[in-house]
Design a protein around this ligand. Structure first.
Ligand code: NAP
Length: 367
């Protein structure tokens, strides 16, 4: 049977360790989990069944395996130590018989974006970033329409625009929005990305190193590799849609607590075709997966066993081809979530109303 394996890792150490080892996760304090996990071997998580292509009827199976490092460890340990741990996890996938391996979360962010890892394994490897880009842009534009924002006349901010996912998201948005604000920390790199994005379409393109400039944006797509949250309530314009693709997330919990006039969605959630059973709860509703998982599944459904997305230079062609392939097999951007909770239409309408009221008050106060 065609198949895949996908590497996950703990993001919130206590919560995520409890998902697989309830007692250990409950009794060990977070610093202890962080410390000991460096010495844990890779962990077999589950057997994934029931994924069926909508176009060919082909069924595949897969495995989740875990690299025991947290994002904090992956950025603080020497890269060789991290690579070694991810490669060991990849070897566990190989032993299980996997024909292709997907790198989840920070395992694709560290170092050279999977190239070294792929060079040390006998099976192809993909980061899943091509489909992540496509899904983030689709989800942002769908959510905009639900908030009565017309992307064609809106300003979109891309935070982390100098990164491998951010830079292509900005290029994808170039044909869909009126203005783009590229936000990063390095002005020279932002200028290079600005040139790339300008070449893609008609949108006006601005650059900034100041998050306060998000105040001009009706749409925000944020995808940095920051370990702590960076977007606070004061940064955001009333009525804005914010798509947070980063893991760990970029948007602070304060935004949800203090700003009932802003729609924050998690980027990267898609419906899997067939009757998928992950045999593991990674915090999504039934049948839903991260876009990066879906890219790995798509390649297995297509029998396309090659390292599809590797390295830090994703191209628009890769993104568009992957989006077409995933759509053909039946993957769909579907449903919105915010801070791990499903967003109903009622909730979105309420946010829209709150934003209208706030904007009316501001207009009245300024007139
Ligand atoms: N949801 C999903 O399905 C999914 C899939 C794949 C990846 N991801 C997530 O996507 C994120 C980005 O991945 P990537 O591969 O694109 O990483 P990357 O290539 O390392 O890029 C991250 C970028 O973020 C920038 N950055 C860091 N802190 C910043 C700040 N405070 N303000 C503005 N920019 C900042 C970095 O800029 P500097 O050069 O200045 O450091 C870098 O350019 C990660 O959180 C990853 O876990 C999610």
């Amino acid at each position: 049977m065609d198949n895949f394996a996908f590497i996950i890792h703990p993001v919130d150490p206590k919560r995520d360790v409890q998902r697989k080892f309830p007692i250990l996760g409950r009794i060990l304090p977070e610093p202890a989990i962080n410390f000991f996990s460096q010495y844990f071997p890779p962990v077999y998580i589950s057997h994934v069944t029931g994924i069926v292509s909508q176009s060919t009827g082909k069924e595949i199976e897969g495995w989740f395996v875990a690299c025991p490092l947290t994002p904090k460890q992956m950025v603080s340990l020497p890269p060789e130590v991290v690579y070694q741990k991810v490669i060991q996890t990849g070897k566990l996938a190989q032993k299980l018989g996997a024909k292709i391996l997907g790198l989840g979360g920070f395992t694709s962010v560290v170092g050279d974006g999977g190239i070294t890892i792929a060079n040390h394994l006998d099976i192809p490897v993909t980061t899943g970033d091509s489909y992540t880009v496509a899904v983030a842009v689709e989800a942002t534009c769908h959510a905009a329409l639900q908030m009565n924002i017309n992307p064609a006349i809106a300003t979109a901010g891309v935070v982390g625009a100098t990164g491998s996912i951010g830079r292509v998201c900005a290029q994808m948005l170039a044909n869909r929005v009126a203005k783009i604000m590229l936000i990063g920390r390095k002005l020279d790199v932002l200028q290079q990305v600005q040139t790339l994005v300008k070449a893609q379409g008609q949108s006006e393109v601005f650059i900034s190193t100041n998050l306060e400039d998000l105040q001009q944006c009706e749409l925000v797509l944020t995808v940095t590799n920051a370990i702590e949250t960076i977007i606070e309530p004061r940064h955001l314009k009333s009525g804005a849609v914010v798509c947070d693709v980063a893991r760990p997330r970029d948007v602070s919990g304060q935004v949800i607590r203090e700003r009932d006039d802003i729609l924050v969605i998690e980027g990267g959630m898609v419906r899997v075709p067939g009757q998928v059973n992950f045999n593991f709860d990674f915090g999504f509703p039934p049948s839903m997966a991260f876009a990066c998982m879906a890219e790995t599944m798509t390649l297995a459904l297509d029998g396309c066993y090659k390292s599809y997305t590797l390295g830090k230079n994703i191209t628009l062609d890769q993104v568009k081809t992957m989006f077409a392939m995933s759509t053909r097999h039946g993957f769909k951007v579907s449903g919105f979530r915010s801070f791990e909770l499903a967003l109903t239409d009622e909730k979105i309408n309420q946010i829209k109303q709150n934003a209208h009221q706030k904007q009316a008050q501001l207009h009245w106060a300024n007139s």
